[in-house]
Design a protein around this ligand. Structure first.
Ligand code: SF4
Length: 475
């Protein structure tokens, strides 16, 4: 059968969609670019925030209304877990597949559909009634933790999920409810999957999880499970491939992890470390670690060990009870920390979380204003961080080739400083093959992107001066 898949939400969903594609390819099914050419439509939903759920519903309703007779529509992913009845009520949805059950996607293609009284087909593949914590992951021979994925084609970059779920309980977050406790993929499986990806030509592997830094605790690896895993990957993978770490929990960044990141040639000097807020009272109400000095120490240690490191963080504005003074503390912290990149989220009142019923909910207009203020505040900081690279060289992984209106060739890619999908890009005059690495001299910076030109053969590498990377002092 032909299928068309739409992936919503975060990179972890992208990994699951790729896993579904692998399973479907093994069973002889083919992806198609247009929904109208598909026998089966799959929407891999995100249920994390109200806006994401609305987007998922809009997509499902649209496909449900447009689908032709005989086409089947499958809703998969987080929203199926958190809002099953709402998803099932969308006209035209034939089957649902909850998160962690996606390895059964092939079964949904092949099992006969049951006819319901209203003419809609309904199948469901939900979590066991035992609840998240007690779920057995062996799913009719397909275990989400050990499944290995061969990708069609060889894109230069691939995500690799090393764990799923979260054992923490931030008061605004539904993920532990949706996904259950954190479970790690065994290291042998991760290494094998990473080797398969590199053998297929993948140049950059982005390790993802709710937060990587708890990796292996459930397997008894202790606080340095991630560093141990990275050591293994470093030993097994070619030295010229990139490994990128996305989502570190600040309190779990250990000295050994920092030392490992600095030492292994494959690991990008890049870390995405969501902090959510910078006022201790707000952090307490969020049920997150509130010691900002510890965060400062970690940022300082990272920059001391890797002066060129690019640090990304995300923050939430409008958390219940956030005062103007607390919001100012967040802006001051952004000025102090000089993060290379910052994402700012509006607080979203998620039913079922402690924060949803907390007093002093912030009015939406105030949240919106604070969002704009935080974004404006970060812009000159991001610009300044990018400007430090003017005149210096960066190796760029080429992702696309194009041409301007006036006929000039241009290629686009990313250096170690930019993660796929969330950060800016490096735009370079000239031509280069997608998937290749080109050394580029940076000629111009904006708050988001860098511009440059290829470095001539034999020109020496100009790296960023060590001091320029040290934005905050730690030690
Ligand atoms: S660390 Fe907090 S915000 Fe992140 S997934 Fe876990 S509960 Fe949610």
């Amino acid at each position: 059968m032909n299928y068309h898949i739409i992936t919503l939400g975060c990179p972890k969903n992208t990994v699951d969609s790729e896993g579904m594609g692998t399973i479907l390819a093994a069973r002889g099914h083919r992806p198609v670019a247009q929904p109208e050419d598909a026998d089966v439509l799959i929407v891999n939903t995100c249920g994390f925030l109200a806006a994401a759920r609305q987007e998922a519903l809009d997509v499902l309703r649209d496909l449900g209304a447009r689908k032709r007779p005989g086409q089947r529509l499958i809703a998969a992913g987080c929203m199926v877990e958190s809002h099953a009845s709402l998803v099932q009520s969308v006209a035209g949805v034939d089957a649902t597949l909850s998160t962690r059950r996606w390895p059964r996607i092939g079964d949904l293609f092949e099992e006969p559909l049951t006819e319901r009284g209203n003419g809609q087909h309904r199948q469901s593949c939900q979590q066991s009634q035992q609840g998240h914590g007690a779920e057995n992951h062996t799913l009719a021979g397909a275990d989400w933790r050990t499944a290995s994925f061969r990708r069609a084609g060889t894109p230069p970059s691939a995500y690799l999920k090393i764990s799923d779920g979260c054992s923490l309980r931030c008061s605004f977050c539904l993920i532990p409810t949706i996904k259950g406790a954190m479970r790690s993929k065994p290291p042998d499986d991760i290494v094998r999957e990473a080797q398969e990806l590199t053998a297929q030509g993948v140049q950059e592997i982005v390790l993802v999880a709710q937060h990587l830094t708890d990796y292996g605790r459930d397997l008894g690896f202790g606080k340095d499970g991630l560093a141990t895993l990275l050591e293994r990957l470093g030993a097994e993978l070619p030295p010229d491939r990139w490994l990128r770490l996305m989502y570190a929990y600040p309190q779990s960044v250990t000295p050994r992890l920092i030392e490992t990141m600095a030492r292994l040639p494959q690991i990008c000097h890049y870390l995405d470390m969501p902090l959510q807020h910078a006022h201790p009272d707000v952090l307490c109400r969020m049920h997150r670690p509130s010691c900002l000095d510890h965060t400062r120490q970690i940022v300082g240690d990272l920059r001391q060990a890797m002066p060129d490191i690019a640090l990304r963080s995300t923050f939430m504005v409008g958390f219940p009870g956030e005062t103007e003074q607390e919001f100012h503390a967040l802006l001051d912290f952004l000025s102090e920390m000089q993060f290379d990149r910052v994402g700012v989220f509006h607080y979203s009142q998620e039913h079922g979380t402690p924060a949803a019923t907390a007093p002093h909910q912030v009015p939406p207009r105030t949240i919106e204003r604070r969002w704009h203020r935080a974004m404006r505040h970060q812009q000159p900081i991001a610009l300044e961080r990018n400007r430090r690279w003017q005149g210096h060289h960066l190796d760029v992984l080429v992702e696309g080739q194009g041409m301007t209106d006036d006929g000039r060739s241009l290629f686009v890619g990313r250096s170690f400083r930019e993660a796929p999908e969330v950060d800016g890009q490096v735009l370079v005059w000239g031509q280069a093959e997608v998937g290749s690495r080109v050394r580029v001299r940076i000629t111009q910076a904006t708050a988001y992107d860098l511009w440059g030109e290829p470095v001539a053969d034999g020109e020496s590498l100009l790296t960023l001066p060590a001091r320029a990377g040290v934005g905050v002092g730690a030690g």
